[in-house]
Write a protein that binds this ligand. Structure first.
Ligand SMILES: [Zn+2]
Ligand SMILES: [Zn+2]
Length: 211
């Protein structure tokens, strides 16, 4: 499959709505997530298609994944296209790209793994693999400040590791950008957007931009 650069910069969720109430649910869930996951990603809604623009690691994919998880719980139907997720047809497992490395999604989502590594890192502060795994899992879930702490512990143990340096560089760069973004803008981002309801209902409506 050929992907143009524009596609690489966005996640897309295509909603298959059965009734108008589902739009309210989507809007509510999205607003709650925006308050929880730090991101500079921009959300556009055109018809029943939501496009989340960003660089992926900057909270875009964490937000997109969390929203999809909530929608599944709410039994809202959708299809999704994320350039940093790869379906493995042989194993039927989905792989997630973090930095330049692939991780199995079921592994990242299994809380047992998180707590295992958490205990290992606590019992042995020099457990490089544990710090690294915690960093990856926290980054996956959009818990960036915790991911930085984990990656930094790993960095102190293996300062020559390219993956660790890359992850720290990208996340710290994104957080730095977030820090220099005026607070008023961030606050506006988290306010409800009642117009989403109308925009999402009429597929011929002009593109709405939430930023
Ligand atoms: Zn994504
Ligand atoms: Zn459907």
């Amino acid at each position: 499959m050929v992907q143009n650069s524009d596609k690489l910069q966005s996640c897309q969720i295509n909603f298959h709505l059965r009734h108008a109430g589902e739009l309210k649910t989507i809007t509510l869930q999205l607003e709650m997530l925006r308050g929880n996951i730090p991101t500079l990603a921009t959300i556009k809604v055109e018809g029943h298609v939501m496009t989340i623009l960003g660089r992926g690691y900057d909270g875009r994919c964490a937000l997109c994944r969390s929203l999809r998880r909530k929608l599944k719980v709410e039994d809202i139907h959708f299809t999704c296209c994320c350039p940093l997720e790869i379906e493995d047809n042989n194993s039927k497992r989905r792989a997630i790209i973090i930095g330049s490395v692939l991780f199995h999604q079921d592994y990242l989502e299994d809380n047992k793994n998180y707590f295992l590594y958490h205990c290992r890192a606590r019992n042995n502060p020099r457990d490089l693999e544990a710090h690294l795994a915690l960093g990856v899992i926290n980054e996956y879930h959009g818990r960036f400040s915790m991911a930085v702490a984990n990656y930094w512990s790993a960095y102190e143990l293996a300062p020559e590791d390219n993956f660790i340096v890359e992850r720290l560089g990208e996340i710290l760069g994104f957080l730095q950008q977030l820090l220099s973004t005026p607070k008023t803008l961030t606050k506006e981002n988290n306010e409800p957007h009642p117009e989403f309801h109308q925009q999402a209902c009429a597929s011929t409506a002009p593109m709405a931009i939430y930023s």
